[in-house]
Write a protein that binds this ligand. Structure first.
Ligand SMILES: Nc1nc2c(ncn2[C@@H]2O[C@H](COP(=O)(O)OP(=O)(O)OP(=O)(O)O)[C@@H](O)[C@H]2O)c(=O)[nH]1
Ligand SMILES: [Mg+2]
Length: 330
């Protein structure tokens, strides 16, 4: 194994923008080994003064909506304007499916080759808490390394959206034209999270349908948002990641949302609440890890699971025994 760098050297090299060290720092925060966690904590403390300045955008949409293609096209445009782009992902299923989110490097060829971009696929693991933690910490490393625009991709299937919305300033939802009136199985909860919506693949024969879908979504969003009078209107746009049509408008909508947050003081409020929630999720994750590693818990877990499955023991009794064993170990 490569020699471990001390956090101070690693932090220095990350801030200097060394790609090799950024990669090592990301690997470090992705690890759940207790000594790695200690080093990661130290690293993040050192990096903290250099974080917080990027535009943080979450992007979600059903598989195949075009998220990777979109990020590639948008990222290439932003680089041309002088930005530096970091792309991260939250995909708790990636260890099982072989990695769909960002898995396909060819979709991000242009971006992957640019010195002004850094793409990191989702850390593996099917435990959302751990994956989200690594991505959030990865985002801070990218900011410290001078990337001013961070995109976090996730698949539109559920809890991972909530995790991503909890770490970004603007949540962008990529939709497809009319795959049905049920809004393509996208849950209402995900529409509620969206700060900007764009109907992608608005090109060729599809362009008209995309505009119709955008109008329908505008109405749907009015209904959703009217219950919450304080919230601003969610813009619904159309774009094509292929032709580039509409991409500038989507970026402008992201910036407008950010300005809105800044003007109303919501940006610092949003980030403060995210920090508070993050603190508790770190505590919860750490406790869960300790619990799983506890020798006394390990010794009885299998038998208890079996006993509960077979109805010999109630879930309440089983939980009591596990917690007793855990507290005894502490
Ligand atoms: N016509 C058209 N096709 C597009 C556009 N954007 C993406 N595609 C195609 O749609 C397919 C899926 O694109 P991806 O970028 O991989 O979609 P994704 O949302 O990242 O998919 P997952 O990562 O699997 O969730 C690919 O075949 C793309 O070439 C677009 O703007 N127009
Ligand atoms: Mg993708």
């Amino acid at each position: 194994m490569r020699q471990r760098l001390d956090p101070a050297t690693l932090a220095e090299q990350v801030v200097a923008g060394s790609r090799a060290h950024i990669a090592r720092a990301l690997t470090l925060v992705e690890s759940s080994r207790p000594d790695h966690r200690d080093a990661a904590r130290e690293l993040l403390t050192l990096l903290r003064p250099h974080t917080g300045n990027a535009v943080r955008v979450g992007i979600s949409g059903v598989p195949g909506a075009g998220k990777s293609t979109f990020i590639n096209a948008m990222g290439t445009r932003l680089i041309a304007k002088g930005h530096r782009i970091a792309v991260l992902a939250v995909d708790p299923s990636s260890s099982r499916s072989g990695g769909s989110v960002l898995g396909d490097r060819t979709r991000m060829g242009a971006l992957a080759e640019s010195e002004q971009a850094f793409i990191r696929p989702s850390p593996s693991g099917n435990h959302l808490g751990g994956v989200a933690r690594a991505t959030r910490e990865g985002m801070l490393i990218m900011e410290a390394a001078g990337f001013d625009t961070i995109w976090v991709e996730t698949v539109g299937v559920g809890q991972s959206e909530v995790a991503v919305a909890g770490m970004v300033d603007t949540f962008l939802l990529l939709m497809l034209a009319r795959s049905g009136d049920q809004l393509q199985g996208i849950k209402r909860g995900i529409l509620e999270l969206a700060d900007v919506i764009t109907v992608n693949k608005a090109d060729g024969e599809n362009a008209g349908e995309a505009r119709v879908t955008a109008r329908e979504l505008t109405i749907a969003m009015k209904l959703i948002r009217s219950e919450d009078a304080d919230r601003r209107r969610t813009p619904v746009l159309t774009c094509s990641a292929f032709t580039g049509d509409g991409l500038d408008d989507v970026w402008q909508a992201v910036l407008d949302h950010r300005h809105h947050l800044e003007e109303t003081g919501s940006l610092s409020e949003r980030r403060a609440l995210q920090q508070r929630d993050w603190m508790w999720s770190l505590v919860t994750d750490d406790l869960t890890t300790s619990l799983r590693r506890s020798p006394s818990v390990k010794a009885i877990a299998r038998d208890l699971e079996r006993a509960v499955e077979q109805g010999e023991l109630s879930a309440v009794e089983g939980a009591g025994e596990i917690l007793d064993a855990f507290y005894k170990d502490l």
